[in-house]
Design a protein. Structure first.
Length: 386
């Protein structure tokens, strides 16, 4: 908007349009269903639906049934050719892409491996290539993308849209995403977040969970935590959730100094290689003998229990959601023992629920654009529909 402040009428208009869009996102399709869900007047509801249809945001279709007055009824769905939002997760050797419409329905997802490790000097080229390839493979035109959201590892300045630092990509030092997207066609809306929040959103959506108060813990190459209480807890600088860097009180390996170095993929492999005199480089090579070895299980349990007890007692979440590739081979053994310990050792019985997910449930590109979609849609309404 050009003015510094919205009028009461404009604010009410934004709220009303948003209500209609939200009930459409949750499955309402006909005008009567939308009317019941929004509790708006028939005139207001109908005019907004007609406006969204005329703009091309909604597609109108006959549903084959008739109303009580004998008229044909129509259903409305979100356009999957225009008014689209793009999500991208940047990893060390691949870029994940996802495209959704205003209904938060995913119309495309793909992972694009890079020919060499991503570094600051080739980042813009790989981002541009992934973006263009995603559009080509989905038959989407560049002008149909209204906004883009990036999910990245490390320190992220969400407010100023900067990638402060990451050990996984060489040369990242306060990278400005506004500068980065200049290589792309005109993008109206931009969002950047830590990849753990995107990963959490993608898992929760994949599992059709409806948790609104949780701690989400991902244990893989690194260890991160997302905290959600009717909204993400980002912290003062946007760095909240770096639980992998807290010290481990005691551990059998002298070189272990923090949680991440103990139970990340690299940490677990180091423990196993030391214990069995092996030289494994991938957890897929684990044998049943190793997976069921009590010393390996105790090593993981000791650190994982510590992390979960600290998170539970400090944050008091309703739900803990835990998973990741480094502990996935041990789920069958860990699950009951972890849950029993958390119930016993945390304050007043711990969380109501402990949920476990699989790494295949996770697709951060989809999660990040889900997280950014409400902000982008609201901004579009304010800029173009009132």
């Amino acid at each position: 908007m050009s003015g510094p402040q919205l009028s009461t009428h404009q604010s009410m208009r934004i709220s009303t349009i948003s209500r209609v869009i939200k009930v459409l996102q949750t499955g309402a399709a006909s005008k009567s269903e939308i009317l019941r869900s929004t509790q708006l007047s028939w005139g207001s509801c109908s005019s907004i639906i007609n406006m969204l249809n005329e703009r091309g945001i909604l597609i109108k279709e006959k549903d084959g049934e008739t109303s009580g007055r004998g008229r044909k009824t129509f259903t409305y769905s979100f356009n999957s050719k225009e008014y689209l939002l793009f999500g991208m997760e940047i990893r060390a050797k691949e870029i994940l892409c996802s495209i959704i419409n205003f209904g938060k329905q995913e119309i495309f997802r793909q992972t694009f491996p890079t020919r060499e490790p991503i570094a600051v000097n080739n980042l813009s080229g790989y981002v541009s290539k992934a973006f263009i390839n995603a559009l080509l493979e989905s038959s989407v035109k560049p002008e149909q993308i209204l906004g883009i959201s990036f999910a990245v590892a490390g320190g992220v300045d969400v407010k100023n849209l900067r990638w402060v630092y990451t050990p996984r990509i060489r040369g990242i030092n306060n990278l400005n995403f506004r500068e980065l997207i200049r290589i792309l066609p005109e993008i109206n809306y931009l969002h950047v977040e830590h990849d753990i929040h995107a990963q959490a959103a993608s898992v929760i959506n994949a599992r059709s969970w409806d948790d609104d108060n949780y701690v989400f813990l991902h244990i893989g190459r690194g260890i991160s935590m997302s905290i959600y209480n009717n909204g993400l807890l980002l912290g003062h600088r946007g760095f909240s959730g770096e639980i992998g860097h807290i010290p481990v009180p005691s551990c059998d390996m002298d070189e272990v100094k923090n949680v991440e170095s103990a139970i990340s993929v690299k940490g677990i492999l180091a423990f196993i290689n030391s214990h069995f005199s092996l030289n494994l480089t991938d957890l897929s090579a684990l044998t049943p003998e190793i997976i069921n070895n009590e010393e390996v299980i105790e090593h993981i349990l000791k650190v994982l229990e510590y992390v979960l007890i600290v998170a539970t007692n400090i944050i008091d979440p309703k739900t803990i959601i835990v998973g990741g590739p480094s502990i996935e081979p041990f789920y069958d053994i860990l699950r009951d023992r972890i849950e029993e310990t958390i119930r016993y050792k945390t304050w007043v019985g711990g969380p109501e629920d402990i949920k476990w997910y699989h790494n295949d449930d996770m697709f951060g590109a989809y999660g990040t654009i889900l997280n950014a979609s409400e902000m982008m849609i609201s901004s579009y309404i304010e800029d173009h529909l009132i």
